[in-house]
Design a protein around this ligand. Structure first.
Ligand code: C2E
Ligand code: MG
Ligand code: MG
Ligand code: MG
Length: 299
């Protein structure tokens, strides 16, 4: 609607402004409302976190961690997807407080699960460019760990390629986090910046292969080649790989054959709330234990 209005405004010149204004006002109002409600949600702890299970590939595929994903259900707007509100949060700067809340909540949640007897090895948290740019980011991470009591090796930060390229002192910040013992992964790998040279400069442990490539398994030879190449590259650099968006047994077979280190996707579980995740984790663990107990020739 905004594009059409813009076109009308151009076509009609100054007089077109009268057509242009009302629609643009509605557009701007929607955006202002979204920003206001999002800000309120962050301040009033109106957001929630869901957690998606991650599996490690060995002779048996077993659970190895969780990724925290922000969720927003607004009384006025209903459920708003992260792909809609995260960019708004980034543009407005709301992401700084939102991201800090996610970080603290995720660290506390992992400790809570461990207290309840579930030895979840690590929790992954997405980090935005605006957070990484902040001079106090390392201190915020340190305080989230200290307050929750979570050892640094229980936390993984997921950072996209574009973020790494956009932050001037990103390497220094990542190095400081790495020195603390926090693990770092490159999210949505393959969709962003094309230069691979920076990979050897970064203190990262993991590449997350974007789900757009996984979706092409069995359908697109190019996607399959890219996956194999990324896994090969990662192995040569001493990094592990996580394949995102795993939905089918055929994808799992391919990824296993290709040597992917970890798998994440709806096949193993959709993002769940904290209680749902704990139950799912226990079930997945019991299943993996039962499988490792079966001698190979019987499984
Ligand atoms: P992401 O970090 O790459 O997270 C993975 C996204 O893929 C999640 O979408 C997840 O629900 C979805 N997904 C997982 N498995 C499958 C699958 O098998 N099939 C399909 N089709 N999708 C799958 P979600 O939760 O909508 O989040 C979208 C993006 O929003 C995230 O992508 C991340 O970039 C961003 N995001 C979410 N929470 C946060 C947050 O707390 N902070 C920041 N900075 N970004 C966040
Ligand atoms: Mg992620
Ligand atoms: Mg991702
Ligand atoms: Mg993604």
């Amino acid at each position: 609607a905004a594009d059409t209005a813009m076109y009308q405004a151009k076509k009609l010149g100054r007089n077109g402004y009268h057509f242009y204004a009302p629609e643009m006002t509605q557009f701007a109002l929607d955006r202002v409302l979204l920003e206001r409600l999002l800000h309120e949600a962050v301040v009033n702890h109106g957001l929630k976190l869901n957690y998606q299970i991650k599996m490690s590939v060995g002779s048996v595929i077993r659970p190895c961690g969780a990724e925290a994903l922000a969720r927003w259900s607004s009384a006025q707007l209903g459920v708003v997807a992260p792909t809609k509100f995260i960019p708004v949060a980034e543009e407005t700067g709301i992401i700084v407080d939102l991201g800090e809340w996610v970080l603290r909540t995720a660290c506390h949640q992992l400790m809570a699960w461990r207290t309840m007897g579930a030895q979840v090895p690590s929790i992954s948290v997405n980090v935005s460019v605006r957070q990484l740019e902040r001079p106090d980011f390392v201190a915020v991470v340190q305080s989230a760990l200290a307050e929750s009591g979570l050892p640094a090796d229980g936390l993984e930060l997921e950072i996209t390629e574009s973020v790494i390229m956009r932050v001037g002192n990103a390497i220094a910040v990542l190095q400081a986090l790495h020195n603390m013992g926090v693990r770092l992964s490159v999210d949505d790998f393959g969709t962003g910046y094309s230069s691979l040279a920076y990979l050897k400069l970064l203190p990262i442990q993991t590449l997350k292969i974007d789900r757009s490539f996984v979706a092409g398994i069995g359908e697109n030879a190019g996607d399959e080649s890219i996956i194999q190449a990324v896994i090969g590259l990662a192995k040569n650099l001493g990094l592990t790989t996580v394949a995102e968006g795993v939905e089918t047994p055929a994808q799992i077979a391919f990824l296993r054959q290709a040597g992917a280190g970890e798998l994440q996707g709806f096949f193993y579980g959709e993002p769940l709330n904290a209680d749902g995740f704990l139950a799912h984790w226990r079930h997945a663990q019991a299943q993996a234990d039962a499988q490792s107990a079966v001698p190979d020739h019987l499984s």
